[in-house]
Design a protein around this ligand. Structure first.
Ligand code: DX5
Ligand code: ZN
Length: 224
């Protein structure tokens, strides 16, 4: 699988969200990573379905919606209707994760599970056949701009083995930059979320250079 770049719009200028999404789209991003926070599961609040719906016409790229909300289940259809393509729920926020994953697929969307840094990878073992994506949090969720937690590299490598030849994407989120992308890809990830490392500098030209720097670090690690 090619390495994909999923800029997190958490670090975008929310007052110009449409233009910011257009800039990363034209700049060659693969996914648009959308961090939904509820001020309850995580200590920060962002946005819900109406804003995602308004953002939808600005790009045809995959909307990769990372739900950091508890409960998630009652809102899954709202996110699907708003234009999500991938919907990822947190293992720690849902005692009925098997049901939620099936429900997401029944809505015609790809289903993801996310694991906080302290959550062991074994939790995915019995739902592998219901998963399209596994999201490893390499920071404690809630904020952009935090430092990468090195212990997650081992988790990524173990998950890569568990996935085997199943068509499941392995995404990493938090502290991903040109300095850490190589190790993340070498460990086995194929989708890199990056917020502060992409939305740095002034507009499209800067975002393109930032994405290229991450891709170059990833490619170098793959070639090694
Ligand atoms: C954190 C979010 C991340 C965040 C990453 O809770 O899930 O997607 O935006 O930000 P950076 O790339 O700045 O660590
Ligand atoms: Zn995220």
């Amino acid at each position: 699988m090619d390495v994909k770049i999923a800029p997190s719009i958490l670090s975008a200028d929310f007052a110009r969200l449409g233009e910011e999404i257009q800039a990363i789209d034209e700049g060659g991003c693969d996914y648009v990573h959308i961090d939904v926070m509820d001020g309850h599961f995580v200590p920060n609040l962002t946005f819900g379905p109406p804003i995602i719906k308004c953002a939808r016409p600005w790009t045809k790229k995959v909307f990769d919606v990372h739900l950091m909300i508890n409960p998630a289940q009652p809102f899954l259809k709202d996110y699907a209707d708003a234009g999500a393509d991938i919907i990822t729920v947190h293992a720690e926020a849902d005692p009925h994760i098997d049901r939620s994953l099936q429900y997401i697929r029944s809505l015609g969307k790809k289903a993801g599970i996310s694991l906080n840094p302290a959550t062991p990878e074994g939790i995915v073992e019995y739902v592998l056949d219901k998963l399209d994506l596994i999201l490893v949090m390499s920071v404690n969720p809630g904020f952009g701009g935090q430092s990468f937690i090195e212990s997650q590299l081992e988790k990524i490598a173990r998950l890569r083995k568990m996935i085997g030849d199943r068509p499941i994407e392995l995404e990493v989120d938090g502290g991903v930059s040109p300095a850490t992308a190589g190790a993340v890809v070498a460990a086995g990830a194929n989708v890199l979320v990056a917020g502060s490392a992409v939305f740095k500098g002034d507009g499209k030209a800067a975002y393109i250079a930032n994405m290229e720097a991450i891709r170059a670090a990833a490619a170098q690690a793959r070639a090694a």
